[in-house]
Design a protein around this ligand. Structure first.
Ligand code: GLA
Length: 630
């Protein structure tokens, strides 16, 4: 009971803090009119940084033309700090990497005509374990201003007091504003706590996904989530799918060109010195207007001077022809289409508006459409709700049960209507339904449990009992596969205002497998039912989707809800032995029997063999003593 009150208290506190965090926000200076461009230490060097590296990079950015091409930020990422502060709260800089401090480094960068960026975290420690800024926001903002910092990447690692990210980030935003210096504020929250709902007013850019890795699949995964929220970015508040990995030795030339083309069309911050192009001043992100999983994409977006950008991508591992109708799909007529990488030009006035492009595996074509005119507005015709893969959807599945058609509704975990709190976050995933899932549910970082809240569940056949099939992923990227000893995930379920209910889900210890578990729930409202998944005490699984099917015949629905409301019985209930998908899950004893079957069998066989040997020895003890005498 204590835990229940404690949890309710934490939830109330969380919501009050959230309200407070959202209220009365000063407007950030809107100097970031185009997405920032520059270079950052992390993807290539991690913690292996020092002042020589920064000086050499500053020199190269000027001599090799990056600055002239618009790449004007040189940003230090994690690991410039030590693990300490002085007695008056000033951060101590890593004395080996930066023996003369940060100011001379910033001065050198400025002397080259570049801007200087730095990194910290809204926690006790940075992600790499160095000293971070929580509760020292004012001290640190002052140091940054004294050193001449122009850009702060502010991360979300290592906080454990349950304070929501909007509040922690607001403290730093306000501290930066108070310095009076124009400092670009990059919110690095990886999409947690529905970042896009609060961060556009908080910072000049906001991360929407977990870290990029140096491989093609990571790019595909990021696009699954980023494409849903890219339209929320714009001048002064850029949606950030993370930095570029081009030139780090893994992506092929075609993959690198595609990575760069989509990032620039999406108006993403282009952080890492590479291709020489500038960003369009209109600052409208391109939208994903066609997506066929593991097959192809078409992105389109308006540019200044009545122009438009189009990116066509081949996701297949072999070449294919992709056709785009410029007038019907992109709403652009006449003029020219120039391919930006090959400079080939197509005259759209005389020829048809159809472009067909043969693309190598993972390659793209990037066209700029000019000298024509817009027939219809892209931003109004393409919204994320048109994409059934991520927003909450109703599948047309029907099950035959008791002679009637029973509708099944599937709700993707990553649907944008859901609230994802704590460290839980949406993540792209090739094997998942809708191409993404929600990871880090449960007690990943006590007591800020990662929480997935479905906010708009519909009772398809009216209030009543429903079977909820939970489709979960066995492990997530931190190579965690459930409780080590029990081999189980734990999940707390709350439906509307009902009592919490714990279930235990089998882990197959294999990140490439999705599993199912079904449980019964009572939905007592027609619309906007709420289902919350979390666990304050243990790791939960990653959730791909849930599916709801009416459990009781229609004519009994009203009766079930009345009984539930009158008797105050739980609104989560176990299904029959076989319906759950894990028939032995209900009691601890049956779980142990099922989960450790082979180990138990092995122990039984060993015991039997030992017993048999002892019996044999006992039986033949006379013969043994006879041999001894001989
Ligand atoms: C987080 C960020 C990365 C990088 C590292 C540094 O993971 O998302 O971009 O800054 O921290 O530790």
């Amino acid at each position: 009971m204590f835990y229940l009150y404690y949890t309710i208290f934490l939830l109330l506190l969380y919501n009050v803090l959230l309200l407070y965090a959202k209220a009365d926000e000063p407007i950030i200076p809107s100097f970031a009119t185009t997405p920032p461009m520059g270079w950052n230490t992390w993807n290539k060097y991690g913690c292996a940084i020092d002042h020589h590296l920064i000086q050499q990079t500053a020199d190269a950015m000027v001599s090799e033309g990056y600055l002239a091409a618009g790449y004007n930020y040189l940003n230090l990422d994690d690991c410039w700090q030590s693990n300490n502060r002085t007695d008056n709260g000033t951060i101590v800089i890593d004395p080996l990497a930066f023996p003369f401090g940060i100011k001379p480094v910033a001065d050198y960068v400025h002397s080259k005509g570049l801007k200087f960026g730095i990194y910290s975290s809204a926690g006790r420690k940075t992600c790499a374990g160095r000293m971070a800024s929580l509760e020292y926001e004012k001290n640190d903002a002052k140091s940054y201003s004294d050193w001449g910092v122009d850009y702060l990447k502010y991360d979300n690692c290592n906080y454990d007091e349950g304070v929501p990210a909007p509040l922690r980030f607001r403290h730093m935003r306000d501290a930066l504003l108070q310095t009076g210096r124009d400092i670009f504020f990059s919110v690095c929250t990886w999409g947690v706590e529905n970042t896009w709902e609060w961060a556009p007013e908080m910072g000049h850019s906001f991360r929407t996904h977990d870290d990029i890795y140096n491989d093609w699949q990571s790019i595909v995964d990021i696009l699954q989530v980023h494409s849903q929220v890219v339209h929320l970015g714009g001048p002064g508040h850029w949606a950030d799918p993370d930095m570029l990995e081009i030139g780090n030795g893994v992506l092929s030339i075609d993959e690198s060109i595609t990575h760069f083309s989509i990032w620039s069309a999406m108006k993403a911050p282009l952080i890492l010195g590479n291709s020489l192009t500038n960003q369009d001043p209109l600052g409208k992100p391109a939208l994903r207007i066609r997506h066929i999983k593991e097959d192809q994409d078409v992105w389109g977006g308006p540019l200044s001077n009545n122009s438009m950008v189009v990116v066509i991508v081949n996701y297949k591992p072999y070449p294919q022809n992709i056709t785009v109708d410029i007038s019907t799909e992109l709403g652009y007529a006449d003029g020219y289409a120039r391919e930006l990488w090959t400079q080939d030009e197509i005259n759209l006035v005389n020829s048809s508006s159809i472009i067909t492009q043969t693309l190598r595996p993972h390659a793209c074509a990037m066209y700029k459409l000019t000298h024509g005119y817009l027939i219809h507005n892209l931003t109004t015709s393409i919204t994320p709700s048109n994409n059934p893969s991520v927003t909450t959807t109703m599948t047309s599945n029907t099950n035959k049960q008791q002679g009637t058609e029973i509708p099944t509704i599937r709700y993707e975990a990553e649907g944008l209507n859901n609230l994802v709190q704590g460290l839980a976050r949406r993540k792209g995933c090739a094997l998942c339904s809708g191409g993404a899932y929600v990871m880090a549910i449960g007690n990943v970082n006590r007591p800020q449990t990662g929480t997935l809240i479905y906010r708009n569940i519909t009772a398809s056949l009216g209030p009543g009992e429903y079977t909820m099939r939970i489709n979960y992923l066995d492990c997530f990227s931190w190579s965690t596969c459930g409780d080590f000893f029990t081999r189980r995930w734990h999940l707390r379920i709350r439906v509307n205002n009902g009592e919490p209910y714990w279930i235990s889900l089998k882990s197959k210890r294999n990140p490439t497998i999705t599993s199912d578990y079904s449980i019964g729930i009572v939905l007592d409202k027609q619309e906007n039912n709420e289902i919350i998944f979390d666990d304050p005490n243990a790791y939960g699984p990653s959730i791909d989707y849930i599916e709801l099917t009416p459990h009781t015949p229609l004519n009994q629905h009203q009766y079930v809800v009345q009984r539930y409301q009158q008797e105050g019985s739980s609104n989560v209930f176990e299904l029959s032995f076989w319906e759950s998908g894990d028939p032995l899950a209900t009691t601890r004893l049956t779980r142990v029997l099922a989960d450790f079957f082979w180990e138990l069998l092995f122990i039984v066989i060993c015991c039997a063999l030992i017993l048999r040997t002892l019996l044999l020895l006992y039986k033949h003890r006379h013969r043994l003593s006879y041999y001894k005498k001989l």
